[in-house]
Design a protein around this ligand. Structure first.
Ligand code: OGA
Ligand code: MN
Length: 243
């Protein structure tokens, strides 16, 4: 079974050239995100020298945000409760060497119970501009403890300007690297129950990867990974990119 959103990963080359001409301007409808985001959870890597691409650095720091404790333990359990029966019927896929993603199972969901709908409405209100059109379904991506996502840019045919992911069950490190100058890189620590929001330059000019446990570190400390489930909301692709 293939469902459309899955093509975000399936159809993206590890280095996409499509983002090149796209604008990096973003305007948030709400300042809520500024209040909730913790800038200490995003860090420019030392390979990105201080005097290098200064404007790009400040742009990407505004466009990759991590909002810790965006959901409560109870909300996390409720989201998992609704997706777990579906996920449990699937096996983790490991053997596709050419995939952008390893050790995963996934589904998508557009109908949620009342409590989970309220959480997703909060994601929409905080992470997306007021007039943004979202894909009707959320993408539910379940990574095994040994699973990881290789650097990729979400395909513009299947995803618009903004991507917002709720992180359940395990913390993880996400690495963003400029698609042409990979030393311009940053790490984001995604704590359990956080929301991350990626938009503009961070979404188009940088690849993102979800590091495997063996390679996950934050400020010099190993970051252990266990099973991780992400519930990801995406903006609809711009009309000119729609398939
Ligand atoms: C993706 C992706 C990140 C995550 O599905 O395209 O990058 O948080 N997922 O799981
Ligand atoms: Mn992605």
């Amino acid at each position: 079974m293939r469902i459309l959103t899955f093509s975000v990963l399936r159809n993206c080359k590890l280095k996409s050239a499509l983002f090149k001409n796209l604008s990096v301007e973003v305007s948030y409808a709400k300042s809520e995100i500024d209040k909730l985001a913790d800038p200490n959870l995003v860090e420019i890597l030392p390979s990105w020298k201080e005097d290098e691409e200064v404007e790009l650095r400040s742009a990407v720091l505004k466009q990759m945000r991590v909002l810790p404790n965006f959901i409560t333990e109870e909300e996390e359990a409720s989201l998992l409760g609704e997706v777990e029966p579906q996920l449990k019927r699937m096996r983790y896929e490991f053997d596709h060497w050419d995939n952008a993603i390893e050790g995963y199972r996934e589904t998508e969901r557009s109908q949620w119970n009342a409590q989970n709908s309220a959480v997703l409405a909060r994601v929409r209100a905080v992470a997306f501009p007021a007039q943004a059109q979202l894909l009707p379904h959320a993408h539910v991506l379940d990574l095994a403890p040994a699973g990881h996502i290789r650097p990729h840019v979400d395909a513009v045919r299947f995803c618009g300007d903004t991507i917002a992911g709720l992180c359940l069950l395990s913390r993880a490190v996400m690495r963003l690297a400029h698609a042409e100058r990979a030393h311009l890189a940053l790490d984001a620590l995604l704590p359990r129950r956080c929301l991350y929001v990626m938009t503009g330059a961070a979404r188009y000019q940088f690849s993102h990867a979800l590091l495997g446990g063996a390679h996950s570190a934050w400020r010099g400390e190993r970051v252990a990974r266990s099973r991780r489930v992400a519930v990801i909301a995406r903006q609809r692709p711009a009309p000119e990119h729609r398939p």
